[in-house]
Every structure is written in C-alpha cells, then in structure tokens.
Design a protein around this ligand. Structure first.
Ligand code: UT7
Length: 335
C-alpha cells in the first residue's frame, strides 16, 4: 500500500513590529527606492526586546498549526526544526519546542540548511514517515535575525534584506487513501565551496579565541555576503532544481499549479518564473511584506497562499530554495 507524508496544516506567526524601508533609512544611508528596486522589499518584521528567542516565534506558529490540524502536543511523535538563528549555541531549538509545547519525550532534531531549511525539512520528514519511524510530525521553521544585523551604513547591504518570522506544518503518515496527496518527490543539493560567500563567522570554533572584544568592536559578529555571486548561483540552482523535479516526474512547468519559492529577492524569483515561461499568478511572493525570513519564508508563503485561496487541496505545488552553504533544493507536493 502506498504510504505518503501528507500535510495536514500550515500556519505562521510574525512579530507585530513593522520596520519599513523609510524606518531603516533613518538608521543608515539607504532609501526606499534602492531597496524596492533591488529586492522588492517594502517592509519586514523585527522582534522587540521582550522576545525570548527563535523558540518563542516557533512555538507560536507551531501552536497555530497544531490547532488547525486538530492535534494536541501529545500526538506529535517527531519534531523537525529548521533555523540558522538558534536561541543558544547549543542545544538546538527542537528540544525547546518539545518542552514549551508539552510534547512527549519524542525525538527532536535541528536542521542547519539556512534558506533551504524548509525544503530539507520536508525531505527529512518524508524519509522518517516512509521508513515508518514517525507518523505525526511537527516541522517548524523560525528565525530571529534582527538582533545580529548591523543596522548602520556599514552593514546596509545585509541589514535591509532580512526579517524575523516563523512557519510551522503538521505532516502525517497516510496509507492508501487513494488521493495521491502528499510529498511526491524532493531534490536537495549543497556546495560547501560557497560556505564563506554568505555566512556569519562569529562566534565560531574556527576562530582562535572563539570571540574577542575586538571582534565585537570591529563588527565581525554580523552576517556577510557577496550578493552578486549569491544571486547568480541562486538563479542557476533554483532552475536546476525545478528542471530536475519536473523531468523525473514527467511534468511540464504549466502542470504546476503554484510555485512557492524562497523569498530572498523578487528579481531572483521573477527570473526563475520567466525562464520557466509561467505567468505571475503561478508564483507566490510575499517578500514585499516580510523581507527574507530565511528558513521561514516558504511555510509563511504556504500559510498565506492557503488563506488567500491560491493554494487548494489537490493542487500540484513546487517549492524551490537556495541559501547559505550553499544549499538548495525543492519539493514536489500534491497539496
Ligand atoms: O537568502 C539567501 C540568499 N540570498 C540571496 O539570494 C541574495 C542575493 N543577492 C541579492 O539579492 C543582491 O545582490 C543584493 C540585493 C544583495 C544587492 O543588489 P545588487 O544589485 O547586487 O547591488 P550591489 O551589491 O552590487 O550594490 C550596488 C550598489 C553599491 O554601491 P556602488 O559600489 O555601486 O557605489 C552598494 O554599495 O548599491 C550599494 N548598496 C546600497 N545602497 C543603498 C548596497 N546596499 C545598499 C543599501 N542601500 N542597502
């Protein structure tokens, strides 16, 4: 009998504090015109000082997803958490969710695939379900990135791009229901030669002394990126991922009902869309409102797409992501 990992629910949570491009231009030499033209972003959400960390946002999204699925925390038998911004250096955020949500002493693991966190996460969940190690899985993607951004002109190339937010999904093992719904295929890749092209080096064990006062003084504690190189690699790998998943499932781009790409730059997603020959309504974007929330972008998009009626039961969905590592990948899902 056919065993499938079916998505039961998806939900999201973003902090209330809106930070517009004009707000950022009060802090650094930037402008709404530059940010809008280069990225599509108009505003993003930042946590306030009362936020207890990424697990807090993850918990809020997870509770919404659990309620939507009609599950209680005791039903969950695996937590998969994706983030690049953990509450602590260790342990991971998965165990914090286990405790905060009141789950049983189930396995809880963290995935470190940055912007590809959701696509890696769905692939991992699919594997656990198909190997019969889990039946009811909570996948959470959450990021609190604003505290590590350099909100001065020196850090403007990165600071204007990122935001805070969380998305969560419940995914269930379903056997032979005849619907063919569920995760149909996943394709993942990585290329560590790009590790330092987009990274945050400190604190890190590769640095003698781990972290010093001088590092903080000299602003070496913020993320950095060669934007143009990341941009080029992103377009190439996203198209390669789409091509691979379409080909090995005998599909044409037109047969996909909705593409949900990672939200790093509206221009990247527009290039991918035009290369695939698809109309704007076949690609979901919300970077305008949230900026790049790293692992959380795709589940936030999914949650909004469902709420707006753009993602319906039975639709064929393609996720596409590229990010730091480099890592990339996608999932083909019958919703
Ligand atoms: O999610 C992970 C994956 N991330 C991505 O995929 C991001 C990929 N990269 C990008 O989206 C784009 O490269 C950026 C949006 C980051 C940058 O756009 P760009 O068109 O590549 O601009 P640039 O970095 O070449 O900078 C152009 C100019 C520079 O000035 P000069 O040297 O031409 O005088 C920058 O100093 O824009 C300047 N600049 C800014 N100006 C105003 C850089 N950041 C800003 C800013 N405001 N925030």
């Amino acid at each position: 009998m056919e065993l499938r990992a079916q998505i039961r629910s998806v939900a999201h949570y973003v902090p209330e504090r809106r930070v517009t491009n004009d707000d950022l231009s009060q802090l650094m030499d930037t402008s709404d015109a530059w940010i809008t033209e280069r990225t599509g972003i108009k505003e993003r959400r930042f946590v306030d000082t009362t936020c207890a960390g990424t697990s807090e946002l993850g918990e809020r999204a997870a509770r919404l997803a659990l309620a939507q699925a009609g599950w209680n925390a005791q039903d969950v038998d695996l937590i998969v958490m994706a983030t690049l911004s953990p509450d602590l250096y260790f342990p991971g955020v998965g165990v914090m969710l286990q405790q905060k949500l009141g789950c049983r002493t189930i396995p809880a693991l963290d995935i470190r695939a940055q912007c590809s966190g959701l696509v890696y996460g769905l692939s991992v969940v699919d594997g656990y379900i198909k190997s019969r190690q889990a039946k009811k899985v909570l996948l959470v993607c959450a990021e609190v990135q604003s505290p590590v951004l350099d909100l001065t002109t020196r850090g403007r190339d990165m600071a204007v791009l990122f935001g805070d937010g969380a998305g969560a999904m419940t995914i269930e093992a379903v056997e032979g229901d005849g619907s063919h719904r569920g995760i149909l295929d996943s394709f993942l890749g990585s290329d560590g030669s790009g590790a330092e092209v987009l990274c945050m080096k400190l604190p890190g064990t590769a640095t003698p002394g781990f972290i010093s006062a001088d590092d903080i003084q000299q602003s070496r504690v913020h993320p950095s990126m060669d934007g143009k190189l990341v941009f080029k690699n992103a377009v190439t790998r996203l198209l390669e991922t789409a091509g691979t998943l379409l080909k090995r499932n005998n599909l044409t781009p037109e047969q996909i009902d909705l593409i949900i790409p990672h939200q790093a730059n509206l221009r990247i997603n527009e290039m991918v869309r035009t290369q695939l020959g698809l109309p704007p309504e076949k690609v979901f974007n919300n970077i305008q409102k949230y900026g790049n929330t790293t692992a959380a972008t795709i589940p936030i998009c999914m949650s909004e797409a469902v709420a707006e009626g753009r993602l319906k039961r039975g639709d064929l969905v393609l996720t596409l992501a590229f990010g730091a590592g480099f890592t990339w990948g996608g999932n083909l899902i019958r919703w």
